[in-house]
Design a protein around this ligand. Structure first.
Ligand code: G3P
Length: 468
């Protein structure tokens, strides 16, 4: 019998024994004194790490990848237990996390191994009396704050660029997902990174968040999560920020689209990991003339999704917390009162919510604008591509979108009007992980992707040589 409320217990694990892989887990919360100590060690460790040759930094990253892949089973098991990620997806997350670290090591050696050389007489009025040399140097301590939905993958995408660039790294793992992240960090420790270089601060953001993000020892913040990021950006001061925040990724479907392809992409894009992905399809804007057919196709596929236990590798598993389930339910109830068409019966048991497609959603419904981060997908019927694009641009968010049509010209013309990144004929996604990834408006600041992250975590050092 399934338990009522699936756990995703917050960081109270003290000891986790997973066969040969044993690690002390997270305390409920680090104190401010502990945070100060961690920052001090991070500063000290960074100074000698910055002098460690690039090739050696890269070598250690490659070693960490090998160890992480070797321990993929226990780390994935943590993901299953902590955040209810379906078992197969949990293994994929761990394996997928190794590849960007290797790529970062290689890319880092290339882009940090190069500098620039400028001569002064290329500027009007100047003689050739000065040589300018520039190179990239580390910022110092990078604070990484990944979200619960990818506690391993979105942590390494911040850790690896920070380290290759010569920074030390303080990780604040998500409350749900802390143990998975700690196991992953342990793999880095086993690889031989020096003491103090990679540290973890566990605890609730509400308790230590401000102290950490406003700490004078932090030189750069990379954050993925919700609205908290906006508050952080207001308090953080003059340090570079890389943030990916709330979203409402849209899928526009034109009359000539391949509706089977669209339906398959909606299922994968909207319901994988129960809709708890920043890049999940969160609203469908479909041309009225093909809406009935599309809705029927999606309905048929929704009926085949399995719902239940994460260990049984079900398609739809419980959302991360009861409060998240309550929020989703609020959106559903609002849509009900305002007259949306329910394609399935709304069903909830604890924090498990059955997949739900809501048709005929209108702009006055919250679900048309807000992000459920769960398996509930609204359909808005439109009469022109402009209407769809207008809806997307009217949103506070601007991360991803997709458009389905066989007419490439039409697709490109519409894409140019969207204020976000758009995929043509496939559901939005972040990967491959070296692609640039950025949110506009309230969806974020700065750009991710391996090269962009390395650049953001470095500053330019300039030397000017005056010639006699
Ligand atoms: O932060 C982005 C994440 O939630 C989605 O990533 O790889 O599932 O497209 P992905």
């Amino acid at each position: 019998m399934r338990k009522k409320c699936y756990p995703q217990k917050s960081g109270i694990f003290r000891f986790v024994n997973l066969g040969k892989f044993i690690i002390y887990g997270a305390e409920t919360a680090c104190t401010q004194e502990e945070v100060n100590k961690i920052m001090e060690s991070a500063k000290i460790a960074q100074k000698s790490w910055a002098k460690t040759p690039l090739w050696k930094r890269a070598e250690l990253l490659h070693r960490a990848v090998a160890i992480l892949k070797e321990h993929k089973a226990p780390v994935a098991e943590c993901l299953v237990k902590e955040i209810a990620k379906p078992a197969k997806d949990a293994v994929t997350e761990v394996v997928r996390s190794g590849d960007p670290v290797s790529y970062t090591a290689e890319e880092g050696v290339r882009i940090l191994g190069e500098g620039k050389f400028l001569v002064s007489d290329s500027f009007p009025g100047d003689e050739r009396t000065k040589y300018c040399l520039t190179s990239k140097i580390p910022r110092g301590v990078v604070l990484a704050i990944p979200p619960f939905n990818y506690p391993v993958n979105l942590a390494v995408s911040k850790i690896a660029p920070a380290l290759i660039a010569g920074n030390s790294l303080v990780l604040k793992p998500p409350t749900h997902g802390a143990v998975s992240a700690l196991h992953m960090v342990h793999c880095f420790h086993l690889a031989g990174f020096p003491k103090g270089l990679i540290s973890c601060v566990t605890g609730k953001g509400s308790e230590i968040g401000d102290f950490l993000t406003m700490h004078h020892g932090v030189n750069c913040i990379s954050f993925t999560g919700g609205d908290t990021g906006i508050a952080i950006s207001k308090k953080a001061g003059m340090i570079p920020l890389q943030m990916e925040l709330g979203v409402k990724d849209a899928c526009i479907v034109l009359e000539d689209a391949d509706l089977d392809l669209v339906a398959a992409n909606i299922i994968k894009g909207g319901f994988s990991y129960s809709g708890q992905r920043c890049t999940a399809v969160k609203v469908i804007l479909v041309m009225e003339s093909v809406a009935d057919v599309l809705v029927e196709k999606v309905k048929a596929k929704v009926a085949k999704l399995t719902v239940g236990l994460r260990e049984d590798d079900c398609d739809i598993t419980p959302v991360v917390s009861e409060s998240s389930a309550n929020f989703i339910e609020g959106l559903v109830k609002d849509a009900k009162v305002k007259g949306a068409t329910f394609c399935q019966e709304y069903k909830r048991d604890g924090n498990l919510i059955w997949p739900l497609l809501l048709d005929n959603v209108q702009p006055d419904m919250r679900i048309a604008w807000e992000e459920p981060f769960g398996p509930v997908l609204p359909v808005i019927r439109i009469n022109s591509v402009e209407e769809g694009v207008h809806h997307c641009n009217a949103s506070n968010f601007g991360l991803r979108g997709c458009v389905f049509t066989k007419d490439v010209n039409k697709a490109i013309l519409s894409v140019m009007q969207w204020r976000r990144t758009v995929r043509i004929n496939s559901a939005p996604a972040r990967g491959p992980d070296h692609f640039p990834f950025q949110g506009l408006k309230d969806s974020g600041i700065g750009s991710q992707g391996i090269t962009n992250s390395i650049n953001m975590m470095t500053k330019i050092k300039t030397i000017v040589i005056n010639l006699p």
